[in-house]
Write a protein that binds this ligand. Structure first.
Ligand code: HEC
Ligand code: HEC
Ligand code: HEC
Ligand code: HEC
Length: 261
């Protein structure tokens, strides 16, 4: 009787082992490349139909930050253009929910977190303080710190909460041993560098020269599949234009004789 009972159990064990192997093999594959590869630059950046800063293609300033009550802005608003539910202004892509998320878009209380200044934007914690989303980032979940495939997440948390982490457990003498990934210095390529390395560039400020004429739905589809169908491209609603542009258009419409009066 025992033998009969054991044989299906043995089969189950085999199944479990195979599944275990599959589960082990899968993250090994995703070390090599993450899901942002498939976006092929153009799902995040759009050279001709951009909505925001750094020719970003999607944006979401709809959902308020539960910590501040204000809409999320800055770079975080770009990530949330995809990573939120459609009804909250995102594109339904692996949505995260701000009311269940680690504080973001806040000014840190230095007793709660010692955030390296370089990782803040105008003193504010953003998604990119923790993640570098470029496909060249080999780290688990595009985190700034290598967590050995998610098995040593404490190394990452130690970046800002070193008083809470047992650094020795992770083989670190101090927080200074941590390396931070960046893709933002083309002069040296994608690298992980110490916090005090002068080559560690997290941000290159440029003028915010992209001003959308209006808004269109966030989508992973190429912009040309829907943007030219929007009437505002050819016949923009003047109320939706940036004031500088509205003035320019209005000035160009005025007959020159009027000016001379
Ligand atoms: C998941 C979205 C995403 C994808 C995919 C992506 N980027 Fe970016 N990229 C960003 C964000 C966000 C920024 C702004 C980062 C910042 O200012 O911190 C940025 C900034 C840039 C910049 C400006 C760099 C600077 O120094 O200011 C360049 C250039 C760029 N990306 C090129 C690319 C190229 C080329 C690809 C494809 C290989 C790509 N990006 C794919 C999100 C993305
Ligand atoms: C154009 C849409 C788009 C934008 C913008 C975008 N992402 Fe993503 N992201 C994706 C897609 C697609 C996936 C894969 C979703 C899935 O597998 O279900 C993904 C997955 C992720 C993952 C999980 C990676 C993994 O290995 O499981 C992280 C982390 C992430 N994104 C962070 C960010 C951050 C931070 C930003 C902003 C700097 C950002 N994303 C902007 C589309 C986007
Ligand atoms: C304090 C650091 C921190 C900040 C700030 C942060 N993240 Fe993350 N994020 C993480 C960590 C750690 C993980 C991996 C653990 C997990 O999946 O929960 C992660 C995972 C993710 C994932 C993958 C979730 C999944 O299902 O695997 C997405 C998408 C993501 N973050 C997007 C964002 C966006 C968008 C923002 C800004 C609104 C943001 N993150 C801000 C630390 C952060
Ligand atoms: C880039 C810096 C950074 C990283 C990395 C980071 N945190 Fe934080 N953390 C902060 C900031 C900033 C705050 C908010 C401080 C405040 O409220 O002023 C915070 C707050 C917290 C809080 C308190 C939340 C609350 O509601 O009061 C917890 C818990 C926390 N972090 C845990 C973690 C864990 C766990 C990790 C690793 C997965 C992590 N943090 C990674 C910066 C960071």
């Amino acid at each position: 009787m025992d033998g009969v009972k054991q044989s299906p159990k043995g089969g189950e064990d085999m199944m479990r082992k195979t599944l275990g192997l599959l589960i082990l093999a899968f993250p090994l594959v995703s070390y090599a490349y993450g899901p942002h590869e498939a976006l092929d630059c153009l799902a995040c950046h759009d050279p001709h139909y951009a909505k925001a800063y750094k020719i970003f293609k999607v944006k979401n300033e709809v959902y308020p930050n539960p910590r501040t009550g204000k809409p999320i802005d800055g770079i975080s608003a770009l990530c949330l253009g995809c990573h939120n539910l459609e009804k909250f202004g995102g594109a339904n892509v692996r949505p995260i929910f701000l009311h269940m998320t680690h504080p973001v878009n806040i000014k840190p209380n230095p007793k709660i977190a010692q955030v390296p200044k370089k990782l803040l934007r105008d003193g504010i914690l953003q998604c990119v303080s923790c993640h570098d989303p470029h496909p060249s980032n080999p780290n688990w979940k595009y985190l700034r710190v290598d967590t050995k495939g998610g098995s040593q997440v404490g190394r990452f948390c130690a970046l800002c909460h070193p008083a809470k982490a047992d650094l020795k457990f992770y083989g670190l003498r101090s927080k200074k041993d941590l390396k931070v990934f960046t893709s933002m210095n083309e002069a040296i390529g994608p690298v992980s560098l110490s916090l005090n390395d002068p080559n560690l560039t997290i941000q290159n400020p440029t003028p915010n020269y992209v001003r959308a004429f209006g808004d269109f739905k966030n989508s992973l589809a190429p912009a040309y599949t829907y943007v030219p169908l929007e009437p505002w491209i050819y016949n923009p609603d003047p109320k939706r234009l940036p004031p500088e542009l509205r003035k320019l258009i209005e000035a160009s419409k005025k007959p020159k004789t009027k000016k001379k009066k």
